[in-house]
Ligand binder design. Structure first.
Ligand code: F6R
Length: 614
């Protein structure tokens, strides 16, 4: 996701900041920029890679000479396309305050309207820009507040997540930083300080760091730093000594991007719901489709087109939308849809789902659906990619950049978006307000439950040891867990190269049962829902043919232990949110099997992150 680097000291700031941005490139980004102070504010920003910004610096960087304080940013778009003007830093009208921001300001549109009514002009489409104008307004109204006080007051008006760095030529010898939900770390050098979103750009300068906690602000000068809460209470902070390598820091301390991304899921899930779900009010607000919701509700049929993991998310979407919104849904492989002359008309809504927003088959399906007159909506992760540009409306998943080739956090983010969509389509039509509220409660509880599942990582690794020499594996699930069985099998085959198949459990007796013997591990998702008793019978069938069973079961289920010793427990939850929980152990299982087999999990053979060819 976005990256932050700030510097205050006695050395030239611009080259240090540029170097810091290069260290942050691994996080994924679409534009970069920096602002420094040398008497007045100087800013440069550019769409594309840090090398684009470097070229700009080579041409116009002399204006930045002599600056020993500055802030810089790599942006991953959430609000507004990747472009020069949406890149950070953002400045106030008088160009004397500059701000960089990671996170999402949920109430930005209300704040923006207020500020515009007072005559503030916006130069970007970002949520972040409201912050700099808000600080400007507060400071103008009470000069005594200074930069620190103005930032503090501004943050009191803000809902959402942020990690921010702010500088001003009115108080040129300080950087004011604050964090809520978006990490910030201060690197302590000798007569100099670094501020960053993670330790990667800091570690080559110092190994002494202070991590800010949520709700804290810091004022950093050349000689000192003070940390206070946003309520202005001074905090004593512990200095931590880093003993990680740069490579490990880039992966958040994890061995691989895939593992990092699996572990990011509780946070990502909260980000997906941020500003969109209001549990107590039973409200789902989906800005990207708001104006088209009535048309969506009137659809005669919804067709979901996608590939791979995104197709599995689409299957869960089918179950959710049909169960709650009672609109018929078909899910098609985009590659099949585009070539089979499908029946699609203006009464249909076609939803395309894609992490990258660039998958060739999905794009072709989208274009065909448009040609046939259907309303086309997108669910994508990469802002400004081709698919969101070509769809009429849509929703971003806000999962942040996914670097590991095997999709993990993007999948769970897609499922959450589909869940929210199902609720929005049901509202006022098919289920009561109370049912919506209960479903949203279940959804909002998911991130904490996922965090509890992740705590079982070591136990899951032990089970993976038993699976690592298998040549085949079968995944079984029913209902909402059937697409999860497909996804579990896909994860295993793509990164460990073990042949695996997913099936609806009841289909086993129609063919796959012939494969079962002592060499066939069977991973069964056997959670407590309306198909539980039937799944237990499936497990008995496997056992009686000497198949080895690994079960994913609900906490408190002792019956399952009678049937297999290899059980991974997940917290109790309603059936509709189960895929968000049951998929987690399957992701971890595949990861561990693959690493135990010595496979390159982040770059599996023959696979590409974005399949832009047929
Ligand atoms: C599997 C995986 C692929 C993608 C598929 C579609 O882990 O990543 O199956 O899901 O190539 O990609 P997107 O979602 O970018 O359209």
């Amino acid at each position: 996701m976005c990256g932050i680097i700030g510097y205050i000291g006695r050395r030239e700031a611009a080259p240090l900041l540029l170097n810091g941005l290069k260290r942050l490139e691994y996080r994924g980004y679409d534009s970069a920029g920096m602002a420094v102070l040398n008497g007045s504010m100087k800013m440069l920003k550019k769409k594309g890679s840090v090398s684009n910004l470097e070229e700009l610096l080579n041409v116009s960087g002399t204006v930045m000479l002599g600056a020993t304080v500055g802030i810089a940013h790599t942006r991953w778009a959430t609000h507004g396309d990747p472009s020069d003007r949406n890149a950070h830093p953002h400045m106030n009208v008088s160009d004397d305050i500059a701000l960089i921001h990671n996170g999402i300001i949920e109430n930005y549109s209300t704040l923006k309207q207020e500020l515009m009514a007072e005559g503030y002009e916006f130069e970007s489409d970002t949520d972040s820009e409201v912050l700099v104008h808000l600080i400007d307004r507060i400071w103008k109204n009470d000069l005594a507040l200074g930069l620190e006080g103005s930032v503090r007051h501004a943050l009191r008006h803000v809902d959402g997540a942020y990690g921010i760095c702010v500088v001003s030529s009115r108080e040129p010898d300080k950087i004011v930083v604050a964090r809520k939900g978006s990490p910030l770390v201060i690197g302590l050098g000798d007569g100099e300080f670094f501020i960053a979103s993670d330790a990667a750009p800091i570690v080559e300068h110092t190994n002494k760091v202070v991590y800010l906690s949520d709700g804290e602000m810091a004022v950093v000068t050349r000689d000192n730093y003070t940390v206070k809460t946003i309520e202005n209470v001074e905090q004593q902070k512990r200095v931590t000594e880093l003993d990680f390598s740069l490579e490990k820091i880039e992966k958040g301390g994890f061995e691989h991007f895939m593992l990092k991304e699996i572990f990011e899921q509780p946070e990502v899930m909260r980000d997906v719901m941020r500003g969109r779900v209001r549990v107590e009010e039973g409200l789902v607000q989906l800005g990207g489709i708001h104006d088209y919701l009535d048309r969506l509700k009137q659809a005669k049929r919804i067709v979901i087109c996608a590939c791979g993991t995104s197709w599995h998310a689409g299957l869960i979407g089918e179950y959710l939308i049909e169960e709650f919104a009672r609109i018929p849904v078909e899910v098609d492989y985009a590659s099949e849809f585009r070539y089979r002359n499908p029946i699609v008309s203006a009464d249909d809504v076609v939803i395309v789902i894609s992490q990258s927003g660039e998958t060739a088959d999905t794009l072709a399906a989208l274009r065909l659906a448009k040609e046939k007159g259907a309303m086309v909506m997108g669910i994508c992760n990469v802002v400004g990619s081709t698919i969101p540009r070509e769809t009429l409306c849509g929703m971003y998943t806000h999962a942040g950049p996914e670097v590991g080739v095997a999709s993990t956090k993007a999948f769970t983010a897609q499922v959450i978006v589909l869940f929210m969509l199902a609720m929005a389509l049901s509202k006022g039509r098919t289920i009561s307000h109370e049912e919506i509220r209960l479903n949203l409660r279940e959804l909002a509880d998911v991130p904490d439950k996922v965090a509890r599942i992740l705590e079982q990582n070591d136990a899951i690794k032990e089970i993976a040891v038993k699976l690592k020499d298998a040549r085949n594996a079968l995944y079984l699930g029913r209902g909402y867990n059937f697409p999860v069985a497909l996804e579990g099998a896909l994860k295993l085959k793509e990164i460990s190269y073990i042949h695996a198949e997913g099936y609806p459990a009841a289909e086993m007796k129609h063919g796959p049962i012939a494969l079962i013997d002592e060499d066939m591990p069977v991973i069964v998702i056997a959670t407590r829902d309306n198909t539980y008793a039937k799944i237990l019978s499936n497990i008995e069938e496997v056992r009686s043919r000497k198949g080895r069973v690994i079960a994913i079961a609900s906490e408190g289920d002792r019956e399952i232990e009678r049937l297999t010793k290899d059980v991974i427990y997940i917290p109790q939850a309603s059936a509709a949110v189960l895929p968000l929980l049951t998929v987690i152990p399957l992701q971890l299982l595949s990861y561990h099997v693959a690493t135990l087999r010595g496979c390159n999990v982040d770059r599996p053979r023959n696979l590409a992150k974005s399949v832009t060819v047929e």
